[in-house]
Design a protein around this ligand. Structure first.
Ligand code: SF4
Length: 66
């Protein structure tokens, strides 16, 4: 099942934890704030992406079923 990733970028404080845990999905811009290149997460990436979302102190990352 594919998941769609939602980023509430206004809440991102640039800790970078998400990109450390799941670098294939979560990227950091020049200021260190998160962005995603595509908004879907493959099955292979799902576990790490969920871990990254859980680890985010600002609850920036959520998912929807795609
Ligand atoms: S862990 Fe959360 S606050 Fe930190 S860069 Fe990622 S989305 Fe932003």
């Amino acid at each position: 099942m594919t998941m769609k990733v939602l980023i509430d970028s206004e809440k991102c404080c640039g800790y970078g934890i998400c990109a450390e845990i799941c670098p294939s999905v979560f990227k950091l811009d020049a200021q260190g704030f998160v962005f995603v290149e595509g908004d879907t997460v493959s099955e292979e990436e799902a576990q790490a992406a969920i871990e990254a979302a859980d680890a985010c102190p600002e609850v920036v990352i959520t998912f929807q079923q795609a």
